[in-house]
Design a protein around this ligand. Structure first.
Ligand SMILES: Nc1ncnc2c1ncn2[C@@H]1O[C@H](COP(=O)(O)OP(=O)(O)O)[C@@H](O)[C@H]1O
Ligand SMILES: [Mg+2]
Length: 229
């Protein structure tokens, strides 16, 4: 079953001489539980594409359907509460973990739960469960600065999964990790797709990391080419 459909998506930054065509005529369909890799050199539009999909950045033109609803079309966001949709249905994992520095691992995971109205013991239980799933529960009360890069990224993944997202987007989640830890993070993302029927889109520029993905797409100068694995 399809969870995401993108048609003719374009994103242009600036205008006139400063115009940058970051994305051009992107077409993509992603099913529930599908694990998708997005490869491409620096500046090819990978981050821009994830930001458009995650409802953070407004596209210039095209159409986006997400979870049975048109969320973007030609003239703008299709009368949807983007912030709410994002909080409830999308998980985002950034290149560097992006944890809130003055909150513990546990509190970082609690935050998105509180934002969607899950509070108290229910939220605490869910946070513990997620940290256990990511094998980082023993560090629940540590501040991010006291965790290693790999540990921080595991907390960030726990946080991204807190809302039981239908779609998880990861922007070069292994870039700041060594190969062994990077491989482990990729294994976790695969597990999420398989076990929770979550669609997962992972941006990377490391071809070695995309073993076992359902689809591998290449972005080049803002254009997308499909390639079966
Ligand atoms: N906010 C912005 N304003 C202007 N140009 C931008 C902005 N964000 C990205 N770009 C440009 O869009 C292109 C794609 O960038 P990006 O999506 O970050 O690529 P990637 O993630 O593949 O490295 C680049 O040419 C970049 O300079
Ligand atoms: Mg990028």
């Amino acid at each position: 079953m399809e969870i995401l459909r993108i048609e003719g998506l374009a994103k242009i930054f600036g205008s006139g001489e400063l115009e940058v065509r970051a994305l051009e005529d992107i077409n993509l369909s992603v099913s529930k539980g599908e694990l998708v890799a997005l490869l491409g050199p620096s500046g090819s539009g990978k981050t821009t594409m994830l930001l458009c999909i995650s409802l953070i950045l407004e596209p210039t033109s095209g159409k986006i359907d997400f979870d049975g609803q048109t969320i973007f079309q030609k003239n703008g966001w299709a009368g949807v509460d983007m912030r709410r949709l994002r909080r409830e249905k999308v998980g985002f994992i950034f290149q560097s973990h992006n944890l809130i520095p003055f909150l513990t691992a546990r509190q970082n995971v609690l935050l998105p739960l509180n934002l969607i109205g899950i509070k108290g013991e229910k939220a605490e239980n869910r946070a513990r469960e997620l940290l256990e799933y990511m094998e980082i529960a023993h560090r629940a009360d540590a501040l991010p600065a006291l965790l290693s890069g790999g540990e921080q990224q595991r907390v960030a993944i726990a946080r991204a999964l807190a809302n039981n997202a239908k779609l998880v987007l990861a922007d070069e989640p292994t870039a700041s990790l060594d190969t062994a830890r990077g491989t482990k993070v990729m294994e976790i993302l695969k597990k999420i797709a398989r076990e929770n029927q979550t669609a997962v889109i992972v941006v990377t520029h490391d071809v070695r990391m995309v073993n076992g993905f359902d689809h591998v797409y290449h972005l080049k100068d803002g254009r997308l080419n499909s390639q079966e694995t």
